[in-house]
Design a protein. Structure first.
Length: 235
């Protein structure tokens, strides 16, 4: 009798696991919670990262960057589905991601200037936020703020649809979430008003804006330490 009850319990446990199909995607991101060692980029198992350093820029130059400003959405911000009804350039997405990147960089021991300080300098200099995409303008603002570099970023987003099924068909449905598929960061040096490094990220499965902001900060930090470093890559 006890054996039969155990088999029943196992059977229903299996049904529960099968019904939680929405958790499958989350499992794919579990490796991102593991800190990778040996020079690998932590948390980027599902992301392809590439970095290019401008000629004449040494690793020592990059490692001197400690105080930065983060500006997201100054370039060609795009989305893969034109019919999507959310603003990209200067919208909530870019503002939230910029704040999250700044927060992550602060946790990685960088000094990050607040957005309000950037806005104040732009206003005083009668400059538009879009103008900061120009390295000369970015350097002009950076000198006033007393920072080492300005990090400019852009992202490409899309909508990801998931079909979830509840237990015995109850609670099933279709959900849609906004995910980041690609991201680009340019590091503008203040001294010479030039792009000293560019980092691109390609998300193999798409990441939520919050998680993408975290991986962008991690990738930038690791590439500033060692542009040619190896990273953990999903096989």
């Amino acid at each position: 009798m006890e054996s039969k009850q155990n088999r029943v319990k196992i059977f229903f446990s299996c049904l529960m696991l099968l019904s939680l199909t929405g958790c499958v995607e989350a499992i794919a991101y579990l490796p991102s919670l593991i800190e990778a060692g040996g020079g690998a980029i932590a948390g980027l198992e599902n992301v392809d990262v590439k970095a290019v350093v401008s000629q004449g820029i040494s690793i020592s130059d990059l490692q001197k960057i400690k105080k930065v400003a983060v500006v997201l959405g100054t370039g060609n911000q795009t989305q893969t589905n034109p019919s999507m009804a959310f603003p990209m350039t200067g919208g909530d997405l870019t503002n939230v991601m910029a704040d999250n990147i700044a927060l992550e960089l602060m946790q990685l021991n960088y000094i990050v200037i607040e957005r309000a300080s950037i806005d104040k300098v732009l206003s005083e200099q009668k400059l538009q936020m879009s103008g900061i995409a120009d390295p000369a303008t970015a350097a002009q603002v950076g000198k006033i703020l007393g920072i080492d570099a300005v990090v400019l970023g852009n992202v490409t987003s899309s909508q990801k649809t998931q079909i979830s099924s509840g237990f015995m068909g109850i609670g099933s449905g279709i959900t849609s979430a906004q995910v980041i598929s690609n991201a680009t960061m340019k590091v503008v040096g203040i001294e010479q008003a030039n792009v000293i490094m560019m980092v691109t990220l390609s998300y193999k499965k798409g990441q939520s804006p919050t998680e993408a902001a975290k991986t962008m900060a991690i990738a930038l930090t690791e590439k500033l330490k060692n542009p040619a470093g190896q990273k953990v890559s999903e096989k």
